[in-house]
Design a protein around this ligand. Structure first.
Ligand code: SIN
Length: 334
């Protein structure tokens, strides 16, 4: 089965045909056209499994705002809303849905105070207070990322936030306060697309696997030796499935990250390291990414289960100041 120009005349026909190809397993034949390259066996060639989702997203329509998709399966710029004002029930419902569909929403020219940012974020759920990262002085629910020549950015690795919590945040609202002239972008990776792109053998292997998540890998060095036992007691290591079902979309998500995942339960250290390295590499696939260039008063709102993020640390010694509100979620499940 192949897609002809006629099929592409209507989006629905294209989606139906792609779904048919996927259901018949023939999509695997298209993937087989990819070529393995180099000693790390990386793949080049079309990432065909993104097509159905890209076309599905492009066909969505919204009544209360306009949406411009920025990458095939994630990321959309939303226009026509003033986030300093409470959302009507209709707009709230639609925005929540758009957030699930596109996984990351971007807004420009939102001149919000810290209180307005908190008010906007708290419409989506209770906000968490981060025990390790510095907060805004008046509002502990806002983590403040204030970077300059003395304080460099260490968020330039792929991660979901706070997976070391039993209940990690379901989403985040990040506001740009001061941005460098160039650089300082944030990148996002669609971990549903990453899961979907795994081989059937690897998907089978991951079935039922559980991984340990620990704050200590990333934050241990920031905690004074005398406080570590107390903090460990408060935040013991936690386990999450390696593949979770997203609680709203129902889609499967690859849920390990190099900041906080320490090992996979039941595997030898060597096997766990080898498998985790392969899974972490999925976040490097550029076709799963979108990238956001910040301006003052830009807002990004991401689904912290569905995507990982990476704050490019290419602007040192310039100043970059952001504040982040995180919304408490539910315990991830397989
Ligand atoms: C973070 O890792 O949450 C910070 C993202 C950013 O500063 O762009």
């Amino acid at each position: 089965m192949s897609i002809t120009d006629d099929d592409l005349t209507t989006t629905n026909a294209a989606v139906a045909k792609l779904e048919g190809i996927a259901a018949s397993g023939e999509l695997a034949d298209f993937n087989a056209n990819r070529i393995t390259l180099g000693p790390d066996h990386s793949l080049i060639g079309p990432v065909a499994h993104l097509a159905a989702e890209r076309i599905r997203l492009a066909a969505l329509e919204w009544e209360n705002f306009t949406v411009r998709q920025v990458a095939p399966t994630l990321g959309a710029v939303v226009e026509g809303l003033d986030l300093s004002l409470p959302l009507s029930d209709d707009t709230y419902g639609e925005l929540r849905d758009a957030w699930t569909q596109y996984k990351v929403l971007f807004f420009r020219n939102q001149d919000l105070t810290a209180e307005q940012q908190l008010a906007f974020a708290s419409q989506f759920g209770e906000l968490e207070v981060h025990p390790f990262l510095p907060g805004n002085e008046e509002s502990p629910e806002l983590v403040r990322f204030s970077k300059d020549a003395e304080t460099g950015g260490y968020e330039n690795g792929w991660h979901h936030d706070v997976t070391w919590r039993e209940v990690p945040s379901k989403g985040t609202v990040l506001r740009a306060i001061e941005v460098p002239n160039t650089g300082g972008d944030t990148l996002f990776c669609d971990m549903t697309a990453a899961y979907d792109g795994l081989s059937d053998e690897l998907k089978d292997q991951l079935e039922g696997m559980v991984a340990v998540h620990d704050f200590f890998q990333a934050f241990g060095h920031t905690i004074p030796a005398g406080k570590q036992a107390e903090i460990r007691e408060k935040y013991p290591i936690v386990e999450h499935p390696v593949v979770i079902h997203h609680p709203v979309s129902g889609r499967r998500v690859l849920y390990v990250n190099r900041y906080f995942t320490s090992h996979i339960v039941g595997l030898s250290d060597e096997d766990s390291d080898t498998l985790l390295a392969e899974l972490y590499r999925q976040a490097n696939v550029v076709e799963y990414h979108c990238r956001f260039h910040w301006e003052p008063n830009s807002i990004a709102m991401w689904d912290n289960l569905a995507v990982q993020h990476y704050a490019s640390s290419d602007y040192w010694p310039d100043v970059r100041i952001m504040e982040r509100a995180s919304i408490i979620g539910v315990r991830p499940s397989a």
